[in-house]
Design a protein around this ligand. Structure first.
Ligand code: PHB
Length: 240
């Protein structure tokens, strides 16, 4: 039963936020009657919400439960004031990401009205070898995960994404040495991602990044991110 409920919830995606029970049955491969019954139960529990046309979306209650006491919330709360400072200083998108199932999962993103292009979405994911946040997370990942990624298929998001395993291995070593990454064009030709690690009790738990227009200077971003990461670490130490 639990597995079927997870399949129903998992059938919602970034580009598929509203569905009918029939869509859900087709996408999950569940018999139509089963899909209809599970959807009905989830609506009754508030985990899904039904609109006037009878279609459903993920419910607020699910969001509420997911955040309650989560590690993501503790991290986001510690990070937000410092992200705001970076964002005010650099005036470009500022993001916080964690490693989740071999991808970078974005917990927060602050934007600026005049900021440049940016494909990241809150609760969205990007490949580890492509985004600047992903590169930082991969550089500091458990060696077993790192090797698995390095030996697997390295997806190209743009023509400049690093997809050669040995080039990527050298890049990850340089990120560990330097304490930051500058990744021009690895997601989109028009932008440069800059990211630093965020530690909790010495362990890297997140990446803090900004997305700059390609021609922008990167040093102010590296400095702002490095000082914000240090301040977040200090706040995490005193947070329960
Ligand atoms: C990055 O983190 O490198 C990045 C993310 C989103 C973009 C561009 C760059 O749109």
């Amino acid at each position: 039963m639990t597995e079927r409920i997870v399949r129903v919830l998992d059938s919602f995606g970034d580009d598929r936020t509203v569905q009918t029970s029939t869509d859900i049955a087709r996408r999950t491969g569940l018999p139509s009657s089963t899909a209809h019954r599970i959807v009905g139960d989830l609506v009754a529990a508030g985990l899904l919400e039904r609109d006037e046309q009878g279609r459903v979306r993920l419910g607020m209650r699910l969001w509420e439960l997911a955040l309650r006491g989560s590690r993501a919330l503790r991290l986001r709360q510690a990070a937000l004031p410092h992200m705001e400072r970076v964002q005010a200083q650099i005036r470009e998108h500022t993001q916080l990401a964690v490693l989740e199932h071999e991808e970078a999962l974005f917990l927060e993103r602050l934007s600026h009205p005049e900021a440049g292009a940016n494909i990241t979405r809150i609760a969205g994911r990007l490949p580890l070898n492509a985004s600047s946040s992903g590169l930082v997370l991969l550089a500091h990942a458990d060696p077993e995960i790192r090797e698995r990624i390095l030996h697997g298929h390295l997806e190209a998001v743009s023509p400049e994404t690093v997809t050669d395993a040995e080039t990527l291995r050298a890049l990850l070593a340089s990120i560990r040495r330097r304490g930051h990454v500058i990744a021009p064009g690895s997601i989109e030709a028009v932008s440069t991602g800059v990211a630093v690690p965020v530690r909790d009790h010495g362990q890297v738990i997140a990446a803090l990044s900004v997305v700059l227009p390609r021609a922008a200077a990167t040093t102010p971003a590296v400095n702002a991110l490095t000082s914000a990461a240090g301040a977040i670490e200090q706040d995490l130490r005193s947070a329960p």
